[in-house]
Design a protein around this ligand. Sequence first.
Ligand code: CA
Length: 330
Amino acid sequence: MKMRRNVLMAKAFALMAVRGADSDAPMQRRANVHLLHKFLFIFVSILIESSCIAVQLDEITMRQEARRELERRPEKAESYLSSEDGEIRRYALYLIANQNGADAKSIYLKSMDDDNEQVRLTALKALMKFCMKDSDVQDKLSEVAAKDPSRMVAKLASEAAWPFHRDVLLLRNDPNWDHEVMVVKRFQIPDDKWKFKLDPRGSGHTSKFKWYAKNLNDADWAPIKMGEWEKQGYDYDGLAWYRIRFTMPEKMDCNAVEIAFQAVDESAWVWLNGEYLGCHDIGAAGWNIPFSLDCRKEIRWGTENIVVVRVLDTAMDGGIFKPVFIEILK
Ligand SMILES: [Ca+2]
């Protein structure tokens, strides 16, 4: 539409310029030069626009040809994985998954490094569908969850690879509890005795490492205080882990116990005494939002407890930067 309008305008200007060229008056000549400039400008615009449209048409034609060829001979799909067009690579991968299932695992794993988000998404879905139980796939997905530039791909990989689940409601959210819930006592977990370790490969939670384990030897972990890790020498975005030991007093009369984080920048997964408590993972927006997790079964009264927090930070400052409490509720 726009191109047709440009063509009509160019024709009109050209006609006016030719008519005006017969005149000798200086005013008329300046107007003619002006018109010619306009005419040239529009002419060049049309040329550029047509070449862009030609490139787009070429791309569409090539895609259609590739699709037709692949529909006729789906066994050739692998050779299309090196196409420059991401859409063709995505379609080829989709056909490979349909034909080969788990047998094409190495192809899906390789495609997880493709620079096209849709190709990676297709590969990820194939891995989830066909070979989710394989340890090399779980390792790859953990890496993708920690590193993929696409939030959509990273989140799907993270959910697929995540082996920990827990569905325990906070007392105040329990529909069967119709009494008022009050914090009757709170103990602050010491904020200067955390131990810290970076997890750039996102493998700390895997069965090979188990950094959440109660009896893990963390002697070589670095000491760190509450506060952004950037301000304590770590210029780093990604996953990192915190561990801390603290002693609880003797058992108190209560209806629930919760661990309350005033803020972790930006996502957190929490274990108490080796047991998974749950997570706070709403993306970057969660960096300054308090959250609590029920731990009435996991807490150990009158003895040492260990809290482990896996933190993901994707931008700017990161870490446990506000106090953490154990709250006793009635
Ligand atoms: Ca942050």
